[in-house]
Ligand binder design. Structure first.
Ligand code: TRP
Length: 400
Protein backbone atom coordinates (compact mmCIF):
# COMPACT_ATOMS: atom_id res chain seq x y z
CA UNK A 1 0.00 0.00 0.00
CA UNK A 2 2.70 2.40 1.10
CA UNK A 3 4.92 1.18 -1.76
CA UNK A 4 2.16 1.86 -4.24
CA UNK A 5 1.72 5.46 -3.21
CA UNK A 6 5.35 6.20 -3.85
CA UNK A 7 5.27 4.53 -7.22
CA UNK A 8 2.44 6.84 -8.14
CA UNK A 9 5.01 9.61 -8.11
CA UNK A 10 6.02 8.64 -11.62
CA UNK A 11 3.78 10.85 -13.66
CA UNK A 12 2.79 10.69 -17.30
CA UNK A 13 5.38 11.73 -19.83
CA UNK A 14 3.66 14.99 -20.57
CA UNK A 15 3.61 16.02 -16.92
CA UNK A 16 7.32 16.65 -16.77
CA UNK A 17 7.15 20.43 -16.67
CA UNK A 18 7.45 22.37 -13.46
CA UNK A 19 6.19 25.72 -14.71
CA UNK A 20 2.42 25.63 -15.16
CA UNK A 21 2.68 28.92 -16.98
CA UNK A 22 4.26 26.98 -19.82
CA UNK A 23 1.87 24.06 -19.80
CA UNK A 24 -1.40 25.89 -19.21
CA UNK A 25 -3.78 26.82 -21.98
CA UNK A 26 -3.85 30.58 -22.25
CA UNK A 27 -6.22 32.89 -24.02
CA UNK A 28 -6.96 36.58 -23.98
CA UNK A 29 -8.56 36.07 -20.59
CA UNK A 30 -5.47 34.37 -19.17
CA UNK A 31 -4.63 30.88 -17.94
CA UNK A 32 -7.32 28.22 -17.95
CA UNK A 33 -7.02 27.35 -14.27
CA UNK A 34 -9.71 24.66 -14.37
CA UNK A 35 -7.60 22.76 -16.89
CA UNK A 36 -4.61 23.14 -14.60
CA UNK A 37 -6.59 21.53 -11.76
CA UNK A 38 -7.41 18.60 -14.03
CA UNK A 39 -3.82 18.28 -15.11
CA UNK A 40 -2.35 18.48 -11.61
CA UNK A 41 -5.08 16.42 -10.02
CA UNK A 42 -5.81 18.92 -7.26
CA UNK A 43 -9.31 20.02 -6.19
CA UNK A 44 -11.16 23.20 -6.98
CA UNK A 45 -11.98 25.55 -4.09
CA UNK A 46 -15.73 25.64 -4.60
CA UNK A 47 -18.60 27.33 -2.79
CA UNK A 48 -18.94 24.40 -0.44
CA UNK A 49 -15.35 24.72 0.76
CA UNK A 50 -15.68 28.46 1.14
CA UNK A 51 -18.83 27.94 3.22
CA UNK A 52 -17.01 25.38 5.37
CA UNK A 53 -14.11 27.81 5.86
CA UNK A 54 -16.57 30.43 7.09
CA UNK A 55 -18.39 28.00 9.31
CA UNK A 56 -15.21 26.67 10.93
CA UNK A 57 -13.53 30.04 11.40
CA UNK A 58 -16.64 32.10 12.11
CA UNK A 59 -15.17 34.75 9.78
CA UNK A 60 -16.04 35.90 6.31
CA UNK A 61 -13.77 34.17 3.78
CA UNK A 62 -10.94 36.31 2.42
CA UNK A 63 -11.75 37.91 -0.94
CA UNK A 64 -8.93 35.85 -2.51
CA UNK A 65 -11.03 32.78 -1.70
CA UNK A 66 -14.35 34.32 -2.68
CA UNK A 67 -12.97 35.50 -6.03
CA UNK A 68 -11.10 32.38 -7.05
CA UNK A 69 -7.63 33.92 -6.63
CA UNK A 70 -6.80 31.05 -4.30
CA UNK A 71 -8.55 28.53 -6.50
CA UNK A 72 -7.28 25.03 -5.79
CA UNK A 73 -6.35 22.84 -2.83
CA UNK A 74 -5.19 19.47 -1.63
CA UNK A 75 -6.75 18.07 1.50
CA UNK A 76 -7.89 21.34 3.06
CA UNK A 77 -10.64 19.38 4.80
CA UNK A 78 -8.16 17.65 7.09
CA UNK A 79 -6.94 21.05 8.30
CA UNK A 80 -10.50 22.27 8.86
CA UNK A 81 -11.29 19.02 10.67
CA UNK A 82 -8.32 19.60 12.99
CA UNK A 83 -9.45 23.12 13.74
CA UNK A 84 -12.94 21.85 14.51
CA UNK A 85 -11.43 19.32 16.89
CA UNK A 86 -9.58 22.15 18.66
CA UNK A 87 -6.19 20.97 17.40
CA UNK A 88 -3.40 23.01 15.88
CA UNK A 89 -1.47 22.98 12.64
CA UNK A 90 1.25 25.25 11.29
CA UNK A 91 1.71 27.25 8.11
CA UNK A 92 4.70 26.94 5.82
CA UNK A 93 5.45 29.02 2.77
CA UNK A 94 8.54 30.40 1.10
CA UNK A 95 10.24 32.42 -1.53
CA UNK A 96 13.21 32.03 -3.82
CA UNK A 97 14.96 35.35 -3.22
CA UNK A 98 15.71 37.53 -6.22
CA UNK A 99 17.78 40.65 -6.55
CA UNK A 100 14.95 42.54 -8.14
CA UNK A 101 12.68 44.43 -5.88
CA UNK A 102 9.55 42.45 -5.08
CA UNK A 103 6.45 43.27 -7.12
CA UNK A 104 2.78 43.28 -6.21
CA UNK A 105 2.35 39.75 -7.61
CA UNK A 106 4.79 38.41 -5.03
CA UNK A 107 2.61 39.89 -2.31
CA UNK A 108 -0.42 37.73 -3.05
CA UNK A 109 0.57 34.44 -1.34
CA UNK A 110 2.04 36.33 1.61
CA UNK A 111 -1.02 38.57 2.09
CA UNK A 112 -3.16 35.47 2.14
CA UNK A 113 -0.79 33.64 4.48
CA UNK A 114 -0.98 36.54 6.89
CA UNK A 115 -4.76 36.36 6.84
CA UNK A 116 -4.66 32.61 7.50
CA UNK A 117 -2.29 33.18 10.39
CA UNK A 118 -4.55 35.86 11.87
CA UNK A 119 -7.64 33.72 11.51
CA UNK A 120 -6.17 30.48 12.85
CA UNK A 121 -3.54 31.87 15.27
CA UNK A 122 -0.89 29.37 14.30
CA UNK A 123 2.89 29.49 13.82
CA UNK A 124 4.24 30.31 10.38
CA UNK A 125 7.53 29.20 8.89
CA UNK A 126 8.95 31.04 5.88
CA UNK A 127 11.77 29.40 3.95
CA UNK A 128 14.02 31.58 1.80
CA UNK A 129 15.67 29.31 -0.73
CA UNK A 130 18.87 31.20 -1.45
CA UNK A 131 20.45 27.82 -2.24
CA UNK A 132 17.83 27.23 -4.95
CA UNK A 133 18.84 30.44 -6.69
CA UNK A 134 22.54 29.50 -6.56
CA UNK A 135 21.72 26.21 -8.26
CA UNK A 136 19.31 27.55 -10.87
CA UNK A 137 20.90 30.87 -11.74
CA UNK A 138 24.29 32.37 -12.28
CA UNK A 139 24.50 33.80 -8.76
CA UNK A 140 27.28 33.67 -6.18
CA UNK A 141 26.52 32.17 -2.77
CA UNK A 142 27.29 35.42 -0.93
CA UNK A 143 25.00 37.42 -3.23
CA UNK A 144 22.17 34.92 -2.85
CA UNK A 145 22.41 35.17 0.94
CA UNK A 146 22.26 38.94 0.78
CA UNK A 147 19.20 38.78 -1.47
CA UNK A 148 17.53 36.48 1.05
CA UNK A 149 18.03 39.05 3.82
CA UNK A 150 16.69 41.89 1.67
CA UNK A 151 13.69 39.83 0.63
CA UNK A 152 13.10 38.85 4.26
CA UNK A 153 12.62 42.52 5.08
CA UNK A 154 10.24 42.93 2.14
CA UNK A 155 8.20 40.00 3.39
CA UNK A 156 8.20 41.10 7.04
CA UNK A 157 6.77 44.46 5.92
CA UNK A 158 3.61 42.71 4.71
CA UNK A 159 2.79 42.68 8.41
CA UNK A 160 4.17 39.54 10.05
CA UNK A 161 4.75 39.27 13.77
CA UNK A 162 7.93 37.76 15.26
CA UNK A 163 5.97 36.23 18.13
CA UNK A 164 4.64 33.48 15.83
CA UNK A 165 6.70 33.68 12.64
CA UNK A 166 10.06 32.03 11.99
CA UNK A 167 11.97 33.05 8.86
CA UNK A 168 15.19 31.48 7.69
CA UNK A 169 17.47 31.24 4.69
CA UNK A 170 18.66 27.75 3.78
CA UNK A 171 22.33 28.70 3.43
CA UNK A 172 22.58 29.73 7.08
CA UNK A 173 19.95 27.55 8.70
CA UNK A 174 20.55 24.04 7.45
CA UNK A 175 23.98 23.79 9.08
CA UNK A 176 22.51 24.94 12.40
CA UNK A 177 19.74 22.38 12.55
CA UNK A 178 20.71 18.68 12.43
CA UNK A 179 17.06 17.63 12.59
CA UNK A 180 16.39 19.48 9.35
CA UNK A 181 19.23 17.74 7.57
CA UNK A 182 18.10 14.40 8.93
CA UNK A 183 14.62 14.93 7.47
CA UNK A 184 16.17 15.98 4.16
CA UNK A 185 18.03 12.71 4.12
CA UNK A 186 14.91 10.69 5.00
CA UNK A 187 13.15 12.37 2.07
CA UNK A 188 16.11 11.84 -0.28
CA UNK A 189 16.00 8.15 0.56
CA UNK A 190 12.34 7.90 -0.51
CA UNK A 191 12.60 9.43 -3.98
CA UNK A 192 14.45 8.00 -6.96
CA UNK A 193 16.12 9.91 -9.78
CA UNK A 194 13.46 8.53 -12.07
CA UNK A 195 10.76 10.04 -9.93
CA UNK A 196 12.26 13.54 -9.75
CA UNK A 197 12.86 13.38 -13.49
CA UNK A 198 9.18 12.61 -13.93
CA UNK A 199 8.05 15.41 -11.64
CA UNK A 200 10.51 18.19 -12.43
CA UNK A 201 11.81 17.27 -15.84
CA UNK A 202 15.48 17.10 -14.80
CA UNK A 203 17.80 15.79 -17.48
CA UNK A 204 21.27 14.32 -17.77
CA UNK A 205 22.95 17.73 -17.93
CA UNK A 206 21.31 19.18 -14.82
CA UNK A 207 23.70 19.70 -11.91
CA UNK A 208 23.24 17.21 -9.08
CA UNK A 209 22.28 19.94 -6.61
CA UNK A 210 19.01 20.46 -8.48
CA UNK A 211 18.17 16.80 -8.13
CA UNK A 212 18.39 16.91 -4.33
CA UNK A 213 16.86 20.37 -3.97
CA UNK A 214 13.24 19.11 -3.78
CA UNK A 215 14.11 17.45 -0.46
CA UNK A 216 15.08 20.90 0.88
CA UNK A 217 11.75 22.43 -0.08
CA UNK A 218 9.89 19.37 1.23
CA UNK A 219 11.55 19.12 4.67
CA UNK A 220 9.86 22.21 6.21
CA UNK A 221 6.48 20.53 5.68
CA UNK A 222 7.40 18.16 8.55
CA UNK A 223 7.28 19.69 12.02
CA UNK A 224 10.12 17.43 13.21
CA UNK A 225 12.46 19.52 11.05
CA UNK A 226 12.09 22.30 13.64
CA UNK A 227 12.57 20.76 17.11
CA UNK A 228 13.32 24.17 18.65
CA UNK A 229 9.77 25.23 17.70
CA UNK A 230 7.74 22.04 18.05
CA UNK A 231 9.83 19.81 20.31
CA UNK A 232 9.18 16.27 19.11
CA UNK A 233 5.48 16.90 18.42
CA UNK A 234 4.16 15.86 15.05
CA UNK A 235 2.09 18.84 13.92
CA UNK A 236 0.27 18.85 10.55
CA UNK A 237 1.18 21.50 8.00
CA UNK A 238 -0.72 23.73 5.57
CA UNK A 239 1.19 25.26 2.66
CA UNK A 240 -0.26 28.30 0.90
CA UNK A 241 1.64 28.80 -2.37
CA UNK A 242 1.35 29.75 -6.01
CA UNK A 243 0.27 26.81 -8.18
CA UNK A 244 3.75 26.47 -9.72
CA UNK A 245 5.05 25.03 -6.42
CA UNK A 246 2.60 22.12 -6.45
CA UNK A 247 5.05 19.55 -7.88
CA UNK A 248 7.25 19.88 -4.79
CA UNK A 249 4.34 19.11 -2.54
CA UNK A 250 2.92 16.33 -4.64
CA UNK A 251 6.28 14.73 -4.00
CA UNK A 252 6.22 15.67 -0.31
CA UNK A 253 2.77 14.16 0.16
CA UNK A 254 3.87 10.85 -1.31
CA UNK A 255 7.00 10.81 0.82
CA UNK A 256 4.96 11.67 3.93
CA UNK A 257 2.91 8.53 3.50
CA UNK A 258 6.07 6.50 3.44
CA UNK A 259 7.60 8.24 6.45
CA UNK A 260 4.31 7.87 8.34
CA UNK A 261 4.10 11.63 8.75
CA UNK A 262 0.99 13.71 8.06
CA UNK A 263 0.71 14.79 4.43
CA UNK A 264 0.85 18.57 4.09
CA UNK A 265 -2.35 20.23 2.88
CA UNK A 266 -2.15 22.87 0.18
CA UNK A 267 -3.89 26.03 -0.96
CA UNK A 268 -2.93 27.17 -4.48
CA UNK A 269 -2.95 30.72 -5.85
CA UNK A 270 -3.36 31.96 -9.41
CA UNK A 271 -0.85 34.45 -10.77
CA UNK A 272 -1.29 38.18 -10.93
CA UNK A 273 -1.15 39.06 -14.63
CA UNK A 274 1.29 41.56 -16.11
CA UNK A 275 0.11 45.05 -17.05
CA UNK A 276 0.24 44.08 -20.72
CA UNK A 277 -2.51 41.51 -20.44
CA UNK A 278 -3.86 38.40 -18.80
CA UNK A 279 -1.84 36.06 -21.01
CA UNK A 280 1.41 37.35 -19.46
CA UNK A 281 2.68 36.62 -15.95
CA UNK A 282 3.95 39.60 -13.97
CA UNK A 283 7.73 39.39 -14.05
CA UNK A 284 10.33 41.48 -12.28
CA UNK A 285 12.56 41.49 -15.35
CA UNK A 286 10.05 43.50 -17.40
CA UNK A 287 9.90 46.91 -15.73
CA UNK A 288 7.02 48.23 -17.81
CA UNK A 289 4.88 45.16 -17.20
CA UNK A 290 5.26 45.29 -13.45
CA UNK A 291 4.20 47.36 -10.46
CA UNK A 292 6.97 47.13 -7.87
CA UNK A 293 6.53 47.47 -4.13
CA UNK A 294 9.16 50.22 -4.35
CA UNK A 295 7.34 52.26 -7.05
CA UNK A 296 6.44 55.89 -6.32
CA UNK A 297 2.84 57.08 -6.73
CA UNK A 298 3.90 58.76 -9.95
CA UNK A 299 5.38 55.56 -11.35
CA UNK A 300 2.27 53.59 -10.42
CA UNK A 301 0.07 56.16 -12.12
CA UNK A 302 2.18 56.30 -15.27
CA UNK A 303 2.51 52.54 -15.61
CA UNK A 304 -1.20 51.89 -15.24
CA UNK A 305 -2.20 54.75 -17.51
CA UNK A 306 0.32 53.85 -20.16
CA UNK A 307 0.56 50.06 -20.08
CA UNK A 308 -2.43 48.47 -18.32
CA UNK A 309 -4.22 46.52 -21.03
CA UNK A 310 -7.69 47.94 -21.52
CA UNK A 311 -10.90 46.10 -22.24
CA UNK A 312 -12.43 49.36 -23.42
CA UNK A 313 -13.49 50.18 -26.96
CA UNK A 314 -11.51 52.20 -29.50
CA UNK A 315 -13.61 55.36 -29.31
CA UNK A 316 -15.80 56.88 -26.63
CA UNK A 317 -18.86 56.50 -28.88
CA UNK A 318 -18.18 52.84 -29.42
CA UNK A 319 -17.46 52.34 -25.72
CA UNK A 320 -20.73 53.97 -24.69
CA UNK A 321 -22.52 51.73 -27.13
CA UNK A 322 -20.80 48.36 -26.55
CA UNK A 323 -19.30 48.76 -23.08
CA UNK A 324 -15.95 47.53 -21.74
CA UNK A 325 -14.79 43.96 -21.32
CA UNK A 326 -13.86 43.23 -17.69
CA UNK A 327 -12.66 39.74 -18.64
CA UNK A 328 -9.52 41.10 -20.28
CA UNK A 329 -9.16 44.51 -18.63
CA UNK A 330 -6.08 44.55 -16.41
CA UNK A 331 -7.11 47.52 -14.27
CA UNK A 332 -10.30 45.66 -13.45
CA UNK A 333 -8.34 42.44 -12.83
CA UNK A 334 -6.12 44.26 -10.33
CA UNK A 335 -9.21 45.55 -8.55
CA UNK A 336 -10.37 41.96 -8.06
CA UNK A 337 -7.06 41.37 -6.23
CA UNK A 338 -6.80 44.61 -4.27
CA UNK A 339 -10.26 46.13 -3.83
CA UNK A 340 -11.87 44.32 -0.92
CA UNK A 341 -15.31 45.89 -1.13
CA UNK A 342 -17.53 43.43 -3.05
CA UNK A 343 -20.36 45.89 -3.61
CA UNK A 344 -18.11 48.57 -4.99
CA UNK A 345 -16.44 46.05 -7.27
CA UNK A 346 -19.82 44.88 -8.56
CA UNK A 347 -20.86 48.49 -9.26
CA UNK A 348 -17.65 49.13 -11.16
CA UNK A 349 -18.14 46.00 -13.24
CA UNK A 350 -21.69 46.95 -14.10
CA UNK A 351 -20.83 50.50 -14.93
CA UNK A 352 -17.83 49.58 -17.08
CA UNK A 353 -19.60 46.81 -18.94
CA UNK A 354 -22.57 49.05 -19.68
CA UNK A 355 -20.30 51.68 -21.21
CA UNK A 356 -21.14 54.25 -18.58
CA UNK A 357 -17.64 54.12 -17.07
CA UNK A 358 -14.75 54.87 -19.41
CA UNK A 359 -11.31 53.25 -19.40
CA UNK A 360 -9.68 56.39 -17.98
CA UNK A 361 -12.07 56.36 -15.04
CA UNK A 362 -11.48 52.67 -14.38
CA UNK A 363 -7.72 53.21 -14.50
CA UNK A 364 -8.04 56.03 -12.00
CA UNK A 365 -9.89 53.75 -9.59
CA UNK A 366 -7.15 51.12 -9.99
CA UNK A 367 -4.46 53.75 -9.34
CA UNK A 368 -6.31 55.14 -6.33
CA UNK A 369 -6.75 51.62 -4.93
CA UNK A 370 -3.17 50.42 -5.39
CA UNK A 371 -1.30 53.58 -4.44
CA UNK A 372 -2.27 53.73 -0.74
CA UNK A 373 -1.72 49.97 -0.36
CA UNK A 374 1.82 50.36 -1.69
CA UNK A 375 2.47 53.53 0.30
CA UNK A 376 1.37 51.89 3.54
CA UNK A 377 3.55 48.93 2.67
CA UNK A 378 6.54 51.24 2.11
CA UNK A 379 5.99 52.93 5.46
CA UNK A 380 6.14 49.53 7.18
CA UNK A 381 9.14 48.48 5.09
CA UNK A 382 11.07 51.56 6.23
CA UNK A 383 10.75 50.35 9.82
CA UNK A 384 12.20 46.88 9.21
CA UNK A 385 15.76 47.30 10.47
CA UNK A 386 18.38 44.57 10.76
CA UNK A 387 17.43 44.20 14.43
CA UNK A 388 13.77 43.66 13.58
CA UNK A 389 14.76 41.10 10.97
CA UNK A 390 16.98 39.21 13.40
CA UNK A 391 14.03 38.67 15.73
CA UNK A 392 12.36 36.60 13.01
CA UNK A 393 15.52 34.59 12.31
CA UNK A 394 16.21 33.57 15.92
CA UNK A 395 15.93 29.83 16.62
CA UNK A 396 13.35 29.79 19.37
CA UNK A 397 10.23 28.19 20.74
CA UNK A 398 6.93 29.54 19.43
CA UNK A 399 3.85 29.39 21.65
CA UNK A 400 0.60 28.22 20.19
N1 TRP B 1 10.68 27.51 -4.67
C1 TRP B 1 10.01 28.71 -4.25
C2 TRP B 1 10.37 29.87 -5.22
O1 TRP B 1 11.20 29.75 -6.06
C3 TRP B 1 10.36 29.11 -2.84
C4 TRP B 1 9.72 28.25 -1.78
C5 TRP B 1 10.38 27.43 -0.89
C6 TRP B 1 8.34 28.10 -1.51
N2 TRP B 1 9.49 26.81 -0.08
C7 TRP B 1 8.24 27.19 -0.44
C8 TRP B 1 7.17 28.67 -2.06
C9 TRP B 1 6.97 26.82 0.09
C10 TRP B 1 5.94 28.30 -1.53
C11 TRP B 1 5.84 27.38 -0.48
O2 TRP B 1 9.81 30.94 -5.10
Amino acid sequence: MVEEEVNNLTLDDDDDVVDPWNVASKSETGIDYDKLIQRFGSKKIDDEIIARFEQVTGKKAHHFLRRGIFFSHRDIHSILNLVEAGKKFYLYTGRGPSSDSMHIGHMIPFMFTKWLQDVFQVPLIIQLTDDEKVLWRDIKIEDARQMAFNNAKDIIAIGFDPSNTFIYNDLDFIGQCPAFYQNMLRIQKCVTFNQVKGIFGFGDSDVIGKITFPSIEAAPAFSTSFPFIFGDKVVPCLVPCAIDQDPYFRMTRDVAARLKMPKPSLLHATFLPALQGAQHKMSASDVNATVFLSDTPKQIKNKINKYAFSGGQATVEEHREKGGNTEVDISYKYLTFFLEDDERLAEIKKSYESGEMLTGELKKIAIDTLTPIIQEYQARRAKVTDEVMQEFFKLRKIDF
